[in-house]
Design a protein around this ligand. Structure first.
Ligand SMILES: NC(=O)c1ccc[n+]([C@@H]2O[C@H](COP(=O)([O-])OP(=O)(O)OC[C@H]3O[C@@H](n4cnc5c(N)ncnc54)[C@H](OP(=O)(O)O)[C@@H]3O)[C@@H](O)[C@H]2O)c1
Length: 261
């Protein structure tokens, strides 16, 4: 599997899954564009990779700013082969205790930011007649769990959007891959929003015991290279996707007892 000389743009590359993906793509020969809000952390990741790397700080909540970021990338590399929509934020709060501002914030970052960036790169990919948009959803993009109402909604919305887009792009040379992580050992719960918009600030037990981000990346790259439509990466929690499909009543009962925050 090789991404030799391909231009791969990873959002959320300042930490966690995005950093691990960036390192794995660099090892596979890619040239990198690294994006997130924290420029110092992006520079740290860039300094750790041997790849030709362009750092493009951006805020996914500011959708109007994203087309100009695409122009920066194209001015530097002249093309784009893979966009990995990985940047995102999670939630740890009951629906009833979550302000509508937090619901909107999660949609702005996880859904509208991702959609806006994808739409901004699409004309270039279509002109090339090749490319792939990879979106990091979540198992919670396949089934809602307690404490994740707005996060689950934002991730479910991505599936609707990208399933439609995949069908529309058929025959264009541009593909869509959706990857759904289970529990991956990152700062996702530390950074997750609580009901009033403040970060949770602590590590979940399930996240702590999850897959290493490097292992996620090791499994993800071949799936992307093969052009898979959708895949689930994690431990036994990935079985939830199949339980929901084939035993929905049983699964709904199981979720009422779910202790995982
Ligand atoms: N870890 C898991 O268990 C898990 C499970 C399912 C899905 N996921 C998904 O995996 C993706 C990566 O999460 P992670 O686990 O690596 O968590 P993380 O360590 O918190 O990383 C999140 C990344 O997203 C970036 N980000 C957050 N808000 C942003 C914004 N407004 N604009 C631009 N970038 C932003 C962060 O960078 P800055 O703060 O520098 O902007 C950071 O690089 C997310 O989409 C998450 O929903 C993770």
């Amino acid at each position: 599997m090789s991404f030799q000389n391909q231009v791969v743009w990873v959002t959320g590359a300042s930490a966690g899954i995005g950093e691990a993906l960036a390192r794995a793509f660099a090892r596979a020969g890619a040239r990198l564009v690294l994006s997130a809000r924290n420029e110092a952390e992006l520079q740290r990741v860039a300094a750790c990779t041997p790849a030709e790397t362009l750092v493009v700080p951006l805020d996914l909540a500011d959708a109007a700013s994203l087309p100009a970021k695409v122009q920066l990338v194209l001015a530097h590399f002249g093309r784009l082969d893979v966009l990995v929509n990985n940047g995102g934020v999670s939630q740890r709060s009951l629906a009833l205790e979550t302000s509508l501002e937090v619901d909107r914030r999660l949609m702005e970052v996880n859904y509208f930011g991702t959609v806006a960036l994808s739409k901004a790169v699409l004309p270039q990919l279509l002109a090339q007649g090749s490319g792939r948009i990879v979106t990091i959803s979540s198992l919670v993009g396949k089934f809602g769990t307690p404490y994740r109402s707005a996060y689950a909604a934002s991730k479910h919305a991505l599936h609707g959007f990208f399933d439609s887009l995949r069908a529309e792009l058929h025959g264009s040379g541009v593909g869509i891959t959706i990857l759904c992580p289970g529990f991956i050992r990152t700062g996702v719960s530390v950074n997750a929003l609580t009901g009033d918009g403040r970060a949770l600030g602590t590590m979940d037990e399930a996240t702590e015991q999850g897959l290493a981000p490097a292992e996620f990346a090791r499994r993800a790259l071949p799936l992307i290279a093969r052009g898979e439509n959708e895949a689930y990466i994690g431990g036994r929690e990935t079985l939830g996707v199949f339980l929901k499909r084939f035993a929905p009543g049983l699964f709904a009962r199981f979720l009422t007892r779910a202790k995982v925050r």
